[in-house]
Write a protein that binds this ligand. Structure first.
Ligand code: LLP
Length: 428
């Protein structure tokens, strides 16, 4: 038998009585209630992922700041906050979302290459744990805003270590030509600059070299470089006490092996642990990806003569990763196929008027029919947060399952509500 659930975590998604469940709840039951498409997250799996990383990293004294760009729903943030997580944020919007979820400033790291004056001011007003500053230009702006508030800003320098993360070009961030971080060679300028900037305290260094990193080697290289730079800056008299190792830990979407909590812990132990620095990581994807699925309905099985299309009611506006990064998300039928069911080939597509609205090509699935449902697997990270209303489509709702109960944690934002976002001047 073809194990169609191979990309779904056994602890969260399994067939029971012929239908796919998330924990104790049948996805069909949620779909009957809510319609499709919708995102579904397993609370148990979210906790399991967080606890696996915490267990591996606690002994090394590493703090976890969830990179909430991967999934910023208030319920998800609260769930992680209850586990002890802080957040890594990249905008004033994410600051507001973190604070609204009860994550106080002292548990927030503010990253990002283009923080505006207003965002920096809001972060300082909230007493964030640190601002990860990415340029000398930003250092001067932070200093000026801190001076205006009469405070000393806690600053960590994001370094560009010029290490290739060996991942997709669009999610590589640690090469010299990427816009991120301060080039290590430029750090000599600090000696002159920092003396003039009395409203900053440079507490540490950070790096984030990319996302969906599958092997420890690039991380080890970056961490090693960060350790050297921290030591060097300390020798030069800066009060360096923190190293922020970023995120980027890869998960299996297809035939890959995850970057496990144990291998991450080993990379940290071999490089920066036990050297007196306070350590932090900023994982996004690995904490949320496989806890989530996008549940979609089959609108048509289109017979195109030489091939067949499975036309779903979910589209690239709901899950843009395939269109944007050629990403693969496994597709699994909600109704359990017979053990001996023959597999047939489909191109799985959405209804949007673009050829890039394609989820999978030449995918082998059991015979499907209009009205059936499927899940797109491993969709808990960068799914809902990257969704849009393109083609005047609704924003899909999000559901959280915990044991035998489920709750809608974001309702469907339909077109009637979206029309209300516009306003028409009377002279049109
Ligand atoms: N820290 C910083 C400064 C980041 O820029 C990112 C992600 C993270 C942490 C978390 O990385 P993670 O652990 O999730 O790999 N939309 C793309 C991924 C973009 C990642 C951007 N930065 C995708 O869907 O694959």
């Amino acid at each position: 038998m073809h194990d169609l659930t191979r990309r779904l975590p056994a602890s969260a998604y399994r067939y029971l009585n012929g239908t796919l469940r998330c924990e104790g709840v049948a996805l069909d039951a949620i779909a009957d209630n809510l319609g499709t498409p919708f995102y579904c997250y397993s609370a148990g799996r979210l906790r399991e992922r967080y606890r696996a990383f915490a267990a591996a990293l606690d002994p090394l004294g590493v703090k976890i700041h969830f990179a909430m760009k991967a999934n910023g729903n208030q319920a998800v943030l609260k769930l992680f906050a209850a586990e002890g997580a802080g957040t890594d944020i990249v905008s004033g919007g994410e600051l507001a979302r973190s604070l609204a979820a009860g994550i106080s400033g002292d548990r927030i790291i503010f990253s990002g290459v283009g923080k505006t004056a207003a965002e920096i001011d809001a972060a300082l007003a909230s007493n964030v744990h640190q601002l990860n500053v990415e340029s000398f230009e930003e250092l001067r702006l932070v200093d000026m805003i801190a001076a205006g508030r009469g405070i000393v800003a806690p600053v960590v320098l994001r370094i560009n270590p010029d290490v290739d993360a060996e991942t997709h070009a669009k999610i590589t961030t640690g090469k010299r030509d990427n816009k991120f971080g301060i080039e290590a060679a430029l750090l000599d300028r600090l000696d002159n600059e920092v003396k003039a900037l009395a409203n900053l305290r440079i507490l540490g260094v950070a790096a984030h070299i990319g996302s969906q990193i599958m092997k420890p080697a690039p991380l080890v290289a970056a961490y090693k470089r960060l350790g050297e730079i921290a030591d060097e800056l300390k020798r030069r008299g800066l009060p360096i006490e923190r190293i922020d190792l970023g995120g980027g830990f890869g998960v299996p979407y297809q035939n890959q092996t995850e970057l496990s909590p144990a291998s991450l812990a080993a990379a940290i132990a071999a490089t920066v642990a036990g050297r007196g620095y306070a350590l932090a990581i900023e994982p996004g994807r690995t904490l949320v990806a496989d806890a989530g699925v996008l549940v979609a309905g089959v609108t048509y099985v289109k017979d195109a003569g030489h091939m067949r299309f499975l036309v779903l009611d979910a589209a690239m506006n709901d899950l843009i990763r395939p269109a944007m990064y050629d990403a693969y998300h496994d597709i699994v039928p909600v109704r359990e196929p017979a053990p001996n069911a023959d597999l047939v080939e489909y191109d799985v597509v959405g209804p949007i008027c673009e050829s890039s609205d394609t989820f999978a090509k030449h995918l082998r699935l059991p015979e499907m029919a209009a009205g059936d449902r499927v899940v797109l697997a491993t969709a808990g990270a960068y799914g809902a947060t990257m969704s849009s209303t393109y083609n005047a489509r609704a924003l899909a709702p999000e559901v959280l399952v915990d044991g035998h109960r489920f709750a809608v944690i974001r309702r469907r934002i339909d077109v009637a509500e979206q029309i209300g976002w516009d306003s028409v001047p009377e002279w049109v």
